[in-house]
Design a protein around this ligand. Structure first.
Ligand SMILES: [Zn+2]
Length: 1159
């Protein structure tokens, strides 16, 4: 070994010596002794060839000799380089590039190309070396263009089309040139696209490695739109398709996958332009790729071909129009006044006859020319985009102003909602009977006219109803005694949270009911379920079976005995007082029966391999085999007389004419497949995501496919394990009244329905997304409901609030006021919960009045029903009898607006109120007429700020559709400044860490809560949300949005499970417990001590703050979206985020916090 080493050293020194000689010759600036140089280089070459492992140092020296004119010497040097660069796994290539080697090679290439004819061997060696170096040199393309090497290579290719030996390295270099977008344009001008087509066609297996390289180069060239157009104009699209078919047929053993893939990549890039898609369709591309892909499907190794084919077909699929007369909501609501600049004015100001379903943007109208100043340094560009421009950088806006901005005279009227704060508060005379504090009548502000206009309802478009699914055969004997009872008893055991279900001894009948549940837990109801027997459905057939159905009596489990806050009778009473724009007269069974959380676990649905691809293929078949498509409308809100078309027994029956329902149209596309269209939010033309509808007339054991075809978000948790919810009436009758997670083959992807720019914020060429799921039904003659998430109607809230009254004890102070009326004529409840003062003694009254306030709200977004379930958990806990609950009531006064948007909830909206606006973007300047609930809620807070009683905590409960777990958004100047690179003085950054305490406590006690998902950054786009306005204007440091997942958890105790109402309610209860812990911290007088304690809780190490703007799911290989710019060579493009903000995930080490505190 030693000897070998010594020999090695000798050889190396010999090399160095020779190099020294060379440098000496070189140093004389002119080669006088060509023979010597030739000999020296030959010797080095010999040494290197015999002694493979040599130091990399010679590389640089060797190239410094490049100004020689002697071909043999140059060749020797090139051979040396070739030997040196072959070993060492690219490390040497890196050194070579960093020492400027590429430039020297281009110089040699250029100077020797001037000789005619150039030495073939030299050109061959040069290009081989360049090909080797090219992939490692990021500036290779620029260097080539600036040195003038492009044309040298192109000319060589043109002159040597038959000379495979020289052609191969030239094409390899050309391939690298072409990856630079500016080069690609210039090469295209020089006829290189045509040149490549000469090499790849016609079909021949003769020189496949040449073919492969040429295809790669072509694929790169065709990314340029000019080149793509050139290829279309040259008639090459049919050529590519024919070639692809030839290879598909002849490559039976799949040895030439890369060539087949290369052909598809060229097609994919050509079809990025409109002209290319047109040529593809004209050349029957859909059928060719569809058929070939179908043949490839069984062979897993051919997946890349199928995936690329599917991508091309999706792009070229002609855009369809949504099967609607207009995308404006099927219902219109007349606003008291329509602001000229508002969305409603815009919505209804279109001239009559304008087709808003499709516009001229039905296909990408892109500019089909390249921008000449394509950037060279794409990497550098990307670096700049990591700083998000949505972060608030205006320091003035980052400093909370504690100025309510309104004169107290205006706010004084809100005093009436705070009688517990008044100086002359007295205990009710007889506490033993626990008379409730008298609820207030709704606020009648002189200046604010809130009474609804009765005429508006008549003007609203209200289709009459018909053909309700009858339950004639649902009449069945009561559930057989024991088993059902056992099951119910079991269910009952599992319903309770850690929260005590309080038993009010004073309410005799409640006790009886508790017993009753063990004896007989059923009640009888009329079917179908109509309000007070109002017969609203009289159009259509009135056959004898309908008659039977009307009078059918159902025996159902009595959920009033099983659920502390549920009572079907109360529910129906509540529905009668609920005002909907369509004037719904029906009650959906699930809301009537109630929901008892299932006892089994509901894990995330595992994604089936290739599920999206197979769904897309089924969609493409609609185009390939149009005769197989039924296209039968079975439900249509836009037909004024009857939403349900006909009943021939061959189709499912749909209905969603009940509170929170929002199905607009159902079309049977195949025997067991339905396209469903959701209604837009009222007075709007979009916001579809939430859904709630009823299905009947099903066949048992058959798998049905449902496609909701007008979804709008660019991704969904349906791609990451979330299932839809289903409620079966038959199951309910059998003792299992519950929503269960259902559906197989679920996926969410961009579809071929054009989205009008009118509904896409002016953006053209957008598409909708499809949520597809399959399911089968277990029961004959069942009525089933499907929903996006566990429904929670406004009537449900009213029922829960009325049942909460029953939980009152003499120790509990509970007051329910009506804060205001909504536009739609529904009242917006305001709750006050605290503990009664122990006595009328001064001390007790004083303690009572001075309790800190906690202000909570929820459900500003109607589609986020999970927020209501969390709120239910909070309310139930607050009214509980546990020691924790009483301590909590003694510690705080709770002010709660449990539903900020009743109208949106009632009418099945996803996002907006009746004003067609997102109420959580109105907090800066709410209009008393158009946004009454926000206006008055904000006024309550302004009033509190005025009397120096701003709440300790403000929290608005929301649901998050794209992330897992429960988490919070808060507001911090410091954390915003860190994320934004704005310069701020240390005094700007004086902020204590109080805002972190509550989420930190929650992450310790609530299993669904994840601190890692929390963010405390103030975003510009959120400046009119409750969280930011309450923080900035009211001066509440602990002002939060709490977001609950619609899907499930990926950490903690519930990892891998979908979330249910039990977990959501638990979250609401744990929120209360966390407030109690917070109390212990904030109760301390010594501020410094408090900070220390909080930092103990917060933890000083390894606690990163995360700023996650968007979903943070791992991507999978199937592209949900497909964009014209998809240019990923190996993998298919992953999650495109469309117009949504891109994923930003920045971590800041938490030690910073303490540095700032020291300042
Ligand atoms: Zn929300």
């Amino acid at each position: 070994k030693n000897i070998n080493h010594m020999i090695g050293e000798c050889v190396n020194s010999r090399v160095l010596m020779l190099l020294g000689q060379l440098e000496k010759i070189n140093g004389e600036a002119m080669v006088r002794d060509a023979e010597t140089a030739r000999q020296v280089t030959a010797k080095i070459l010999h040494l290197i060839q015999t002694q493979g492992e040599s130091a990399h140092t010679p590389t640089c020296h060797a190239t410094s000799y490049s100004n020689t004119r002697d071909v043999q010497t140059i060749l020797n040097i090139l051979y040396i380089l070739s030997e040196l660069l072959t070993v060492g796994k690219g490390r040497r290539v890196g050194v070579f590039v960093s020492k400027g080697g590429t430039g020297i090679l281009f110089q040699i290439l250029l100077s020797n190309s001037k000789e005619l004819p150039p030495s073939e061997e030299l050109m061959l060696q040069l290009h081989s070396l360049l090909a080797k170096v090219g992939s490692k040199d990021r500036k290779f393309g620029v260097k080539a263009r600036l040195s003038g090497a492009l044309n040298v290579t192109v000319n060589l290719v043109k002159q040597n089309l038959q000379n495979a030996k020289l052609l191969l390295p030239c094409l390899q270099v050309l391939r690298v040139y072409s990856t630079n977008s500016v080069n690609a344009i210039s090469l295209g001008k020089n006829g290189v696209v045509e040149l490549m087509f000469k090499i790849i066609a016609p079909y021949s297996k003769k020189n496949t490695s040449l073919l492969k390289v040429a295809l790669d180069a072509l694929g790169a060239l065709l990314k340029s739109k000019t080149n793509a157009r050139r290829a279309v104009d040259g008639g090459h699209v049919p050529v590519l398709l024919a070639l692809y078919l030839d290879w598909h047929r002849n490559d039976t053993r799949h040895r030439h996958m890369l060539i087949r893939k290369g052909l598809l990549v060229s097609l994919r890039n050509i079809t990025n332009i409109k002209l290319g898609r047109k040529a593809f369709l004209e050349a029957d591309g859909m059928r060719i790729l569809y058929n070939s892909s179908t043949e490839c499907l069984p062979v897993r190794t051919l997946d890349p071909l199928v995936n690329t084919s599917s991508l091309i077909m999706r792009k070229c699929f002609p855009k369809n129009r949504l099967p609607l007369p207009t995308i404006k909501s099927a219902f219109q609501y007349q606003l008291p006044h329509v602001p000229a600049a508002g969305p409603v004015a815009q919505l209804y100001s279109q001239p009559p006859g304008v087709d808003d379903v499709v516009d001229e943007s039905d296909d990408n109208d892109e500019t089909e020319a390249d921008t000449e100043n394509d950037t060279e340094n794409e990497e550098d560009e990307k670096d700049h985009h990591t700083s998000n421009d949505d972060i608030e950088t205006d320091l003035n806006k980052l400093h909370p102003k504690k100025n309510p901005g309104r004169p107290f005279e205006e706010l004084r009227v809100y005093e009436r909602f705070f009688s517990e704060l008044s100086e002359d508060f007295q205990l009710p005379p007889s506490t033993s009977t626990s008379t409730p504090p008298a609820p207030l009548t709704p606020l009648q502000l002189d200046t604010i006219h809130l009474s609804k206009d009765q005429n508006t309802k008549d003007e609203a478009h209200i289709p009459s109803t018909d053909g309700h699914a009858t339950l004639s055969t649902l009449t069945r004997p009561p559930p057989q005694g024991q088993t059902i009872e056992q099951e119910l008893a079991h269910v009952l055991e599992c319903v309770s949270l850690d929260v005590d279900v309080p038993l009010n001894a004073e309410e005799g009948n409640k006790g009886v009911r508790q017993e009753g549940c063990e004896v007989s837990a059923t009640r009888q109801i009329q079917s179908p379920l109509l309000l007070g027997g109002i017969a609203t459905r009289h159009c259509g057939s009135e056959g004898p079976e309908d008659e039977a159905g009307e009078g059918a009596v159902l025996e159902v489990p009595d959920t009033a005995l099983l659920l502390p806050l549920h009572d079907p009778d109360v529910y129906v009473e509540m529905v009668k007082g609920t005002h909907s724009v369509p004037q719904y007269a029906e009650v959906a069974y699930p809301d009537y029966f109630g929901h008892i959380t299932p006892t089994f676990r509901e894990p995330h649905q595992e994604r089936v391999y290739g599920v999206q691809r197979s769904k897309i293929f089924q969609d493409i078949e609609r185009l390939i085999h149009p005769n197989d498509i039924l296209d039968k409308v079975v439900y249509d809100l836009d037909i004024p007389s009857c939403p349900v078309i006909e009943d021939d027994g061959e189709s499912l029956k749909f209905n969603s004419q009940f509170e929170s329902g929002n199905l607009r149209k159902a079309i049977q596309v195949r025997k067991y497949e339905y396209d469903l269209v959701l209604n837009s939010d009222i007075n709007s033309n979009h916001y579809h995501q939430w859904f709630y509808f009823e299905v009947s007339g099903m066949r048992v054991g058959t798998t049905y496919r449902f496609n909701i075809i007008n979804c709008e978000k660019s991704n969904s948790q349906f791609n990451y394990g979330m299932q839809v919810l289903m409620y079966s009436v038959q199951e309910a009758i059998s003792g299992r009244p519950r929503w269960v997670r259902t559906g197989t083959d679920i996926c969410y992807y961009k579809n071929h329905f054009a989205r009008s720019s009118i509904a896409a914020g002016g953006q053209k060429g957008k598409s909708y997304y499809t949520l597809t799921f399959s399911t089968s039904f277990r029961h004959k003659d069942d009525v089933c409901y499907f929903a996006y998430h566990y429904p929670y109607t406004y009537s449900t809230l009213k029922m829960h609030l009325s049942k909460l009254e029953a939980l009152r004890t003499p120790q509990i102070y509970l007051r329910q006021d009506v804060l205001c009326e909504t536009l739609g004529g529904n009242s917006c409840p305001l709750l006050t919960i605290t503990a009664m003062p122990e006595s009328n003694s001064n001390d007790h009254i004083c303690q009572f009045r001075n309790r800190p306030l906690i202000f909570l709200s929820a459900r500003v977004h109607p589609g986020e029903t999970n927020a209501s379930w969390v709120m239910k958990g909070t309310l139930e806990f607050l009214m509980g009898t546990s020691p924790l609950a009483s301590s909590l009531r003694e510690a705080y006064i709770f002010k709660i607006v449990p539903m900020l948007n009743p109208d949106g909830v009632v009418n099945g909206n996803h996002r907006c109120s009746l004003s067609g606006e997102d109420l959580n973007r109105q907090w800066q300047n709410p209009n008393p007429e158009l946004h009454p609930t926000i206006y008055h809620t904000k006024s309550l807070l302004q009033y509190l700020a005025h009397i120096q009683r701003a709440p300790l905590v403000f929290c608005d409960y929301h649901g998050h559709s794209r992330k897992k777990n429960v988490f919070m958004y808060g507001c911090s100047v410091k954390e915003t400044v860190w994320q934004s690179n704005i310069s701020a003085t240390s005094s700007d950054l004086q902020e204590d860490l109080g805002y972190r305490a509550l989420p930190k406590i929650l992450s310790q006690i609530a299993p669904a809560f994840s601190m890692a998902s929390c963010s405390f950054v103030v975003e510009r786009s959120k400046e009119s949300t409750a969280r930011v306005v309450v923080w900035r204007e009211i001066g509440v440091q602990r002002s939060y949005t709490m977001e609950s997942t619609l899907c499930g958890c990926d950490q903690g105790k519930y990892k891998g499970l979908q979330i249910g109402t039990r977990e959501l309610e638990e979250m609401g209860a744990q929120f209360c417990v966390a407030l109690l812990r917070l109390k212990r911290l904030t109760g301390l007088r010594n501020h410094q001590h408090l900070l220390d304690l909080e930092s103990d809780i917060i933890g000083s190490h390894s606690c990163p703050t995360t700023y996650v703007m968007d979903e943070d799911e791992p991507s999978f290989l199937e592209a949900i979206d497909y964009s014209a710019e998809s240019n990923d060579e190996d993998a298919e493009p992953e999650n495109e985020h469309g117009s949504e903000p891109s994923v930003i995930l920045l971590k800041v080490c938490y030690s910073h916090v303490f540095r700032f505190r020291l300042i």
